[in-house]
Design a binder for this molecule. Structure first.
Ligand code: ADP
Ligand code: MG
Length: 232
């Protein structure tokens, strides 16, 4: 993490998506399998299984979908090169085109419930951990649950249960219940990472795709912000 952090501070930028995911992996938050490529040329051998997702890696765009920097369900190599060429073209035509630092090829996660797990350093309370369901639940209903970090698995379970959307995780309307244990584990590890690393001011795993019970959860996106060194 130290290498990534000093590079970010030196270059006065946020952690890139691939760097944030590397830090997560080091903290036991294993993301889906991925591969970073520097430009839109598809390498001969890709050690990943289709279908893939493609993401723009850019120091200027941490919200990749907003700039057309996310494509999903890519089925083969031909579609992959077309997608990369199209993505590059569209990004370069934007009014303020973001720097293209590369592209992240990722295996597609199986279906599940999109949740988010985040943490930040509150000026009064110190490290706090937040969790909820993704999409409209956070944006419109503000349905989140928050605790001081780090949390135990017992506390993480309580956080999940106090969400208004909790019945969806339990399997409302005949749907199979989600793997709550996998989500609890991710909440705990994220809170431990935040508590252990004061240099991290904010971390966001969004989405964490929670699969049916026994099938785990997939981390497919992460953002990490570091504390600016004093005097800058
Ligand atoms: P951003 O938040 O920067 O726009 P994300 O990486 O979160 O970009 O991707 C946007 C959406 O695309 C996710 O919320 C998810 O629905 C879908 N997605 C991205 N990567 C994957 C993946 N590897 N597997 C399945 N779905 C994905
Ligand atoms: Mg995201």
């Amino acid at each position: 993490m130290e290498t990534i952090r000093s590079r970010c501070i030196r270059e006065r930028r946020i952690a890139l998506t691939d760097e944030a995911l590397t830090i997560c992996a080091a903290a036991g938050l294993q993301p889906v399998k991925d591969m970073l490529i520097k430009n839109e040329t598809v390498p001969g051998k890709i050690p990943l299984r289709y279908p893939l997702a493609v993401k723009l890696v850019s120091r200027d765009a941490s919200h990749k979908s907003d700039v057309g920097g996310v494509a999903v369900n890519i089925r083969n190599k031909k579609q992959l090169s077309e997608t990369l060429a199209l993505m590059k073209d569209k990004i370069q035509k934007l009014v303020n085109p973001p720097t293209i630092d590369g592209y992240l090829l990722q295996e597609m996660a199986p279906a599940g419930i999109e949740c988010f797990v985040g943490g930040r350093r509150d000026p009064a309370f110190g490290p706090v951990i937040v969790a909820g369901l993704g999409g409209i639940f956070i944006e419109i209903f503000k349905d989140t649950s928050i605790r001081l970090a780090p949390v135990t698995s017992h506390e993480a379970a309580a956080m999940m249960k106090e969400l208004k959307a909790y019945p969806l995780l339990q399997g409302a309307r005949g749907k199979s219940p989600a793997d709550s244990q996998a989500l609890i584990d991710i909440i705990c590890r994220t809170s431990a990472l935040l508590a252990a690393c004061p240099e991290i001011t904010e971390i966001d795993l969004n989405p964490v795709i929670v699969h049916p019970e026994g099938q785990g959860a997939s981390i497919v996106d992460a953002r990490i912000f570091f504390q600016e060194p004093a005097g800058t």
